[in-house]
Design a protein around this ligand. Structure first.
Ligand code: 2BA
Length: 111
C-alpha cells in the first residue's frame, strides 16, 4: 500500500479530486502553503493500493495544468525584516503540474 501526497495548484484541485472520485479513489484535500512563494496551494492525500499508483499519476497528469514559467518579485537582502528601502528582485519560477511524494504505507485502518 502507498500513501501519496501531491502538491498541486488550487485551481486544479477540483478537477483532480472529481477525476479521482470518478475512479473510486479516496482523497483528502488539504489547504497548504508553498514555502518559497508563500502562496496557497493544495495538497492531496491519497491512500492507495500499489497497483493504483500509475492510474493516480495519470489522473494527476491529465488534470493538473502543465508547468509554465512565471515571473515573481521577491524581496531580497532584508533578512525578513520590513524596511522602507526593500530591495525587490524579479525572478522566473516554474509553476504548475504536481509535486508528488509516494510513501510506503504499513496499514490502512478505518475504525
Ligand atoms: P513553493 O515552495 O511555493 O514553490 C513554488 C515554485 O517555486 C516551485 O515549484 C519551484 O518552481 C520554485 N522554487 C521553489 N523553491 C525555489 C528556490 N529555492 N529557488 C528558485 N525557485 C524555487 P515546484 O517545484 O513545482 O513546487 C510546487 C510546490 O510544491 C512548492 O511551492 C511546495 O509547496 C511544494 N514542494 C516542492 N518541493 C517540495 C519538497 N521537496 N518538499 C515539500 N514540498 C515541496
Amino acid at each position: 500500500m502507498k500513501l501519496i501526497f501531491a502538491v498541486i495548484r488550487d485551481k486544479d484541485a477540483n478537477m483532480a479530486t472529481d477525476a479521482l472520485a470518478q475512479a473510486h479513489i479516496g482523497v483528502t484535500k488539504l489547504a497548504s502553503t508553498g514555502g518559497f512563494l508563500r502562496d496557497g496551494n493544495t495538497t492531496l492525500m491519497i491512500g492507495a493500493q500499489n497497483d493504483q499508483v500509475e492510474e493516480i499519476m495519470q489522473i494527476l497528469r491529465e488534470n493538473c495544468a502543465k508547468r509554465t514559467q512565471t515571473e515573481v518579485v521577491m524581496p531580497h537582502g532584508t533578512g525578513g525584516v520590513a524596511t522602507w528601502n526593500l530591495n525587490y528582485t524579479p525572478i522566473k519560477v516554474e509553476v504548475g503540474g504536481a509535486t508528488v511524494f509516494v510513501l510506503d504505507m504499513d496499514q490502512f485502518i478505518k475504525l
